[in-house]
Every structure is written in C-alpha cells, then in structure tokens.
Ligand binder design. Structure first.
Ligand code: ADP
Length: 384
C-alpha cells in the first residue's frame, strides 16, 4: 500500500471545521507538527486554552478522519495551547514564591501550594537529571520505595512524559479506574501509589507533547487523581533542562529537588544545568546522587571506577549543595528495575537497598527541615 503523505492528511483535515469560526482547521493554521512514521500519524491542533474542553469533539473528529485514510494504522491528535504558550513567554508566569524571608505579602510556599493542588499531600519532590539515560527513573523508584520502607505514605508520579517507564519499573499493568467519574484512582504496587501517563497511552503510540501540553498532563495527574493522604509525592521529571522542565519546576509546588547524575554527566556539566534550573525558580536542591558511580564485577567482586568516580561529591561541594550518596553500576539494579521488581523491595536487605534507604532518610530529613522552616516563616495569626 502506498505510504500516506502529509499533503493527503492536510487535504482530509481541510474538511474539519472549527465550530466557532466555521473556518477549516487547516486554513486557520491550527494543524501543527504533523509526524508520520510507518503508518502512524500524529499531530497537534493548536487552540486557545480556554476552549480546550469544548474542542474535544473537534479533536476526535480530526483523529477519526485521519485514521480512516488508507495506509493509516494509528492517528494520535492532541490539543495544544502552544499559541498561548508562546504568548506566555513574553509574560512569564511568576515563579512559585518561597518564603525564606517571610515578608508580608509573600505568597504561600511550596508546602501550602502542594496541599492546595493535592489535598492531603504534605510534600512534593522532583527527581531530575541534566539529560536522559542516567538512571533518573530507577533512582526515583528506589527512592520512593526507600521512603515507603521507613513507613511514609508515598506517591510516585511519572512526569517523564517523553518516555514513561513507571508502569514497567513498578511492575504495574492495566489502567486506572474512576470511582466517581471525576477523579482517577491511582494504581499501586509495593505499598506506594503510582500514576503515569504510560497507564493511559500505549507505549508505542507516537505522541507530540509540547511544553503547554506537558504542563496540562502533569497538572491533571496531580489534580484529577485521588492521591489520598501522602507524606511525599515523588515526581520523576522529564530529563533535561529545557523549557518544558523549567515550566514544570516553576508550576509544580515543589518542596525540593534531587539531581541524579552519572560521573560523565558531571564532567559534561549537565548536572550543573539541572541545579541552576531549580535555583532559578527558587526550589531548594536537596542534593546530588551519583548513579553508575563505579562498577562491581559480578564474578570477582572487584570494584572498577570506569569513569572518574567521586566527581559528583566534588561538584556538589563546588556548587554548594549536598552530596546524597552514590549507587554503583550493577547488573542487578538494571534487571530488577527493568523487570518490575525494584531492588529496594526485591532484595530489601542487600547493600543497594540499604544505600537507597539511606538516601531516602537523608531526603526525608531535608523535607522535614524545609517544611518546618516554611512553617516558622509563615505569617501567624495571633489571638490575644
Ligand atoms: P533515565 O530515567 O535517566 O532515562 P533509567 O532509570 O530509565 O534512566 O535507566 C536507564 C537504564 O539504565 C535502565 O535500563 C536502567 O535499568 C539502567 N540503570 C539505571 N541505574 C542503574 C544502575 N545503577 N546500575 C545498572 N543499571 C542501571
């Protein structure tokens, strides 16, 4: 069968009309980012964010029309608020206010906002990295499980929208259900609640997620999921330090952030970019975790430092933030995490689980310190 091309897709879409203006969505310049790969088609329809919900039928219609074209196997259409997003660039939203000074007029800090966004959630921490493939998701998972091992109520949210891996790492299949038709019940395994865009979208589905789209997906996963009582929500951020990550760091009411990096990553200064991103938006960085720090030979047990080991510790010192710990490059970490049985729960008494639990304890202490500092900074109502 002949390959479908962009022209044919646009022709088909020129029959879809914006119900408000009556103009077709192609002439109106609303169709963007058409992507084609082996019969899989994906594109975005750019809309005013205020019309998002009411344009769902339009999105569906466009999707059905393209799906019906010969040679199309799947069609994925998303509504994006890209236009509004680019306008927003000229007038960026104000960063989340931290209240170190406690000056009158300060906005509530991250903890208060966390409770506003997710009632019952005491704190939210981001696990971030300067680039992909450094073991950020593995670390986020084991950190969350380490926190749960010490009795905390933990949620894990996969915001790595470009490559959601939590369903696989947490060994969860199926889809979340809604009890009330309004909010989704999070999935759960190993004693923690988990939400990932990967539960809702097939792993093979091509997706176009632009900055504003990422943001709304993230906010939905926070607001429209019934998280219940949580001591901490661990957010696995998308890798990198681009606009999408910055917006996320700015809008999600983070109590703090943890940066995961490998020794090479440190050498390339990628971790520093991550750190600076959070500092820019006044989110406290709790520290750096060095992953794949050294290699332990599974046969002879000899430790090899493939990349200059210890760089993260030195870099953390240089940057004035804490070094939270190091995790070796170990095949067992990879197989357990990729197989859905993270090492912190599958080998809870092993050395790696102990390292993750130790890091989790340090992170928890920092969360508590931050919450206490904010509480004492918050304006008090004094009854005389
Ligand atoms: P990221 O989230 O940064 O893209 P992942 O957590 O998905 O990275 O990890 C990438 C790959 O590296 C996965 O296959 C994972 O199992 C593996 N991995 C992560 N950390 C380690 C480690 N310390 N030792 C061995 N393999 C690891």
């Amino acid at each position: 069968m002949a390959e479908i091309n962009e022209q044919q897709i646009l022709e088909a879409l020129s029959g879809v009309k914006d119900p408000e203006t009556g103009e077709d969505i192609v002439s109106a310049g609303m169709v963007a980012g058409v992507q084609l790969k082996d019969g899989h088609v994906a594109f975005a329809i750019e809309v005013d964010p205020t019309r998002g919900a009411q344009l769902e039928p339009l999105r569906k219609e466009a999707e059905q029309i393209v799906h019906a074209l010969p040679g199309v196997l799947t069609a994925t259409v998303v509504l994006t608020a890209e236009r509004a997003g680019s306008q927003a660039k000229t007038a960026p939203p104000s960063p989340p206010a931290q209240t170190p000074s406690g000056q009158p007029g300060d906005q509530p800090g991250g903890a208060a906002k966390a409770a506003q966004m997710i009632p019952g959630c005491k704190s939210i921490i981001a696990v971030a990295s300067g680039k992909g493939g450094v073991g950020k998701s593995t670390t986020a998972t084991n950190l969350a499980l380490g926190l749960a091992a010490s009795g905390k109520k933990v949620g894990l949210m996969d915001a790595d929208i470009y490559g959601p891996s939590m369903p696989r790492m947490m060994g969860i299949t199926g889809q979340p259900v809604s009890d009330d038709g309004k909010t989704l019940r999070p999935m759960a395994n190993y004693g923690i609640k988990v939400m990932s865009i990967g539960f809702l979208v097939d792993e093979d589905t091509p997706m176009i997620w632009r900055g504003p789209m990422v943001q709304s997906a993230l906010e939905q996963m926070m607001r429209d999921v019934n998280w219940g009582e949580l001591d901490v929500l661990v957010v696995d951020m998308p890798p990198g330090t681009g606009d999408a990550q910055l917006t996320m760091a700015q809008r999600v009411p983070l109590t703090g952030a943890v940066i995961v990096s490998t020794p090479q990553d440190i050498a390339l200064l990628d971790a520093r970019k991550g750190l600076n991103m959070f500092r820019k938006v006044d989110v406290p960085v709790f520290g750096i975790i060095e992953n794949m720090s050294y290699f332990t030979c599974p046969h002879c047990g000899e430790r090899s430092e493939i990349f200059a080991h210890g760089g993260a510790k030195a870099e953390a010192e240089r940057l004035g933030c804490d070094f939270l710990g190091e995790i070796p490059l170990d095949i067992e970490i990879r197989t357990t995490s990729d197989g859905g049985h993270p090492i912190t729960v599958s080998q809870p008494d092993g050395a790696h689980a102990k390292s993750y639990k130790f890091i989790a304890e340090t992170v928890w202490n920092k969360i508590e310190q931050t919450l206490t500092a904010r509480e004492s900074d918050a304006p008090r109502i004094v009854i005389q």
